[in-house]
Design a protein around this ligand. Structure first.
Ligand code: B12
Length: 390
């Protein structure tokens, strides 16, 4: 008997043919693809072509990891604003942790559904894990914010978060990368939902959001991420540099020790996120602000401003001065943030994000740098925060 005529082989062949016939086409129908994302649980979804000009700063990192990526599916998952606005950090963190898990679950469900149809699909974490061997550089090859903007999910507001036209900034972002094209792509939203109320600047305990839109990355990072990444390495150094238990307790208060335990056990924690909490943008949220601003300030903004809490700052930073001036009832905790450049190039790259512009006010200087040895770099730094390298 010819092997091809054997019933088992025949059945196998028929199955293979049926699978091949059910395979997705080379170019995917946009509406079908979006429907798959919505069915997986996304609250809104948009598609971007990897070659879009807006992604030029981000494309290399994405393609290094996913060289086959052609279409990016950007989707949002809603958060409950009442939880994010709560003065309890536990309630806020639970909302962040739950939404991130949900978002990664949706990405997983979508990639699985697509891969069952023979479509190559992958996803990078909504938040963590990240590629920490790149620390303290850019550890996230997929930047969800610019992708979401290009996919029409919203625009960045004064607080640097993506504001969705309906849900405001109460969304977590995620991206699924796909190995084929789609029939149509989305464009950026035609308006920015940010109304420039600047409540985000008014509420930030460390003053990292300037009225002019400047964002001071390292001050946000030092406070918000006290129990993660660089804050964690600073904690370890506090342990190892303490000669006695008493010495350790002078550096780290008991609630701070158990806070580290909680962060390690249960996931991300943010000391603030107030910039997100107070934002009134988005169809679903704006009504409460425009109809009665006074009550809005009283109910949403003031409780966060009045909260007595520890605020983590680098000694001598703009944020230390800000807390002392604006929030005398909050406790200043002077700490390290673990950001240590690992190379001359990394040092130069980090300068704009660690620059303390208030402390440097009135300064008019130019620093020439020449690095020799393993790296040969020349750079000129001036007070416009730019490093012009030769
Ligand atoms: C890095 C990062 C941060 C950094 C920098 C934030 C920033 N404005 O870029 C820090 C730690 C400060 C941060 C804080 C927060 N983040 Co964040 N973060 C990210 C991350 C990983 C990448 C952001 C990004 O693409 N930046 C690049 C571009 C768009 O920004 P940029 O201005 O050009 O460059 C900045 C960064 O490169 C940064 N930077 C430079 N060098 C280094 C080095 C290191 C070690 C780090 C960590 C950062 C860093 O400084 C630059 C200036 O701000 C994304 C997740 C992801 N994979 O995309 C989430 C993400 C942007 N974060 C998010 C959230 C929710 C927050 C917080 C609200 C968390 C909290 N609960 O407090 C705050 C908000 C602070 C703010 N107002 O921006 C959400 C935003 C959701 C939304 N609706 O927009 C994201 C998209 C996560 C998600 N999947 O939803 N975040």
């Amino acid at each position: 008997m010819n092997l091809e005529d054997h019933p088992t082989v025949k059945r196998y062949r028929e199955k293979v043919d049926a699978i091949a016939a059910s395979q997705a086409p080379e170019i995917l129908d946009t509406e079908w693809l979006k429907q798959q994302a919505l069915e997986a649980g996304a609250d809104d979804v948009g598609l971007v072509d990897i070659n879009r000009p807006e992604l030029s700063d981000y494309r290399t990192d994405i393609l290094e990891l996913f060289p086959w990526a052609k279409t990016l599916v950007s989707f949002v998952s809603r958060m409950n604003p009442e939880n994010i606005r709560c003065v309890s950090q536990a309630v806020r963190d639970l909302e962040f942790i739950s939404t991130q898990k949900e978002s990664d679950g949706i990405a997983r469900k979508l990639t699985r559904a697509l891969s069952q149809k023979g479509i190559g699909a992958s996803n990078y974490a909504c938040g963590f894990p990240m590629d920490l061997d790149k620390w303290p550089g850019k550890m996230w090859p997929v930047s969800h914010k610019p992708i979401a903007v290009a996919a029409g999910m919203g625009h960045l507001g004064h607080n640097r978060n993506l504001l969705h036209p309906r849900f405001g900034n109460f969304v977590m972002l995620n991206t699924v990368l796909i190995d084929r094209e789609a029939t149509a792509y989305d464009s950026p939203l035609y308006f920015n939902p940010c109304i420039k109320c600047k409540l985000c600047a008014a509420v930030c305990p460390v003053g990292d959001i300037g009225n002019d839109g400047n964002f001071q990355f390292s001050n946000c990072f030092t406070h918000n991420y006290r129990d993660r990444l660089g804050g964690f390495s600073d904690w370890v150094e506090n342990i190892t540099s303490s000669k006695t238990v008493r010495d350790y307790r002078k550096k780290v208060a008991d609630p701070e020790t158990v806070s580290m335990w909680q962060s390690l056990s249960y996931g991300i924690c943010n000391k603030s996120s107030y910039c997100l909490a107070v934002c009134p943008a988005g169809e679903e949220r704006i009504g409460a602000y425009v109809t009665d601003r006074k009550s809005y300030l009283q109910q949403v903004v003031k409780p966060l401003q009045d909260k007595e809490e520890s605020v983590y700052v680098i000694p001598g930073s703009d944020s230390e001065a800000h807390v002392a001036r604006r929030y005398p009832h909050k406790t200043i905790r002077r700490v390290g943030n673990g950001l240590r450049p690992k190379s001359a190039q990394n040092f130069l790259d980090s300068l704009p994000v660690v620059f303390q512009r208030d402390q440097a006010e009135g300064l008019d200087v130019t620093y020439p740098f020449t690095f020799t040895g393993e790296e040969n770099v020349k750079a000129t730094l001036n007070d416009s925060q730019r490093g012009d390298q030769c």
